[in-house]
Design a protein around this ligand. Structure first.
Ligand SMILES: CC(C)=CCC/C(C)=C/COP(=O)(O)O
Length: 294
């Protein structure tokens, strides 16, 4: 009882956690000493507005926190069966499992992204393909798509064409907004091997999660496949373009694999929003009248 209590009170909280995780015999690894569990009970009781000192005492009295007291001692002794665990302690086990799973996923992500970043610099193993990858980057850039859509909107002479293009413009703007918001909230830095030599960026583009090119590729390709009548080879080409654009983000070292994977998912979902809120002369007449007056 004495030593675990000292470990919480005598050290900064962060130090208590890191020392536990590095030691295989520590509570973080199921070693039985109560430091880690007490630390977590402390956090959960604080969140619940309970007095931390009494919460710590309760937690350290639980059978799980006494080295060797459960289940062996309980099974072999005449003592009464241990009381059921306080709820806060039972919940502690799940976050640590989830934490380990997330940390493992992150480690695989970083390792794979570094391996695939073969065009990250001119001297990289596939450095000679870098100009081609940068061309792909421009093909999925926000400016390219915004200017291209505005140009087609100006040239379009049919109501149906204008309706589709107006919605594509709305989709592109929605995508820029959503990606900027998530990048600003998550603030995941770009991979260390990335060279920040991108064509026209916004301030949030110093962050990498999610990949704006991947969201755009998946949003735009779903949009095109739904609203343009294309021959099968062209449809395959659209899907290939989206996939290779996503892959090129990792090869250029701009992103980790999870940034691109989540980007594809987000773009796909954004299209569903655009489809649901489809702008037409019936539900947004002002927009269409204003555009026709230009
Ligand atoms: C300046 C405008 C209109 C858009 C910026 C587009 C851009 C540079 C997004 C970043 O993409 P990644 O997140 O894939 O690197």
């Amino acid at each position: 009882m004495a030593s675990p209590r000292r470990s919480v009170e005598g050290r900064p909280l962060g130090a208590s956690v890191s020392s536990n995780t590095s030691n295989p015999g520590s509570p973080a690894h199921g070693g039985g000493s109560s430091g880690r569990f007490e630390f977590q009970s402390l956090l959960s009781s604080r969140a619940a507005g309970v007095d931390p000192t009494s919460a710590r005492l309760r937690a350290s009295e639980s059978p799980v926190h006494r080295r060797g007291s459960f289940p062996v001692a309980a099974a072999g002794s005449s003592q009464a069966p241990p009381p059921s665990l306080p709820e806060e302690d039972r919940m502690d086990l799940n976050p640590s499992f989830l934490g380990i799973a997330l940390r493992s996923l992150l480690a695989i992500d970083l390792w794979l992204s570094k391996k695939l970043g073969v065009c990250a610099g001119e001297s990289s193993s596939w450095g000679s393909v870098r100009p081609l990858m940068k061309l792909l980057e421009i093909s999925g850039h926000g400016i390219t798509w915004l200017l291209g859509t505005l140009y087609c909107l100006c040239r379009s002479d049919s109501w149906a064409g204008r309706e589709v293009l107006m919605n594509l413009l709305f989709a592109l703007l929605l995508d820029l907004l959503v990606v900027a918001l998530i990048k600003g909230l998550v603030r995941r830095p770009r991979p260390a091997h990335n060279q920040m030599d991108m064509f026209v960026t916004l301030s949030v583009d110093k962050y990498s999660f999610p990949s704006g090119h991947a969201t755009r590729a998946s949003l735009v390709s779903r949009f095109i496949l739904k609203h343009l009548v294309l021959a099968i080879p062209l449809r395959v080409l659209v899907v290939l373009w989206a996939f290779i654009l996503g892959l090129s983000r990792v090869m250029l070292g701009r992103h980790n694999v999870t940034d691109v994977a989540f980007g594809f998912f987000l773009g796909y979902m954004q299209y569903s929003i655009v489809d649901y809120c489809w702008l037409s002369p019936h539900n947004a007449p002002v927009l269409f009248i204003l555009w026709n007056q230009q």
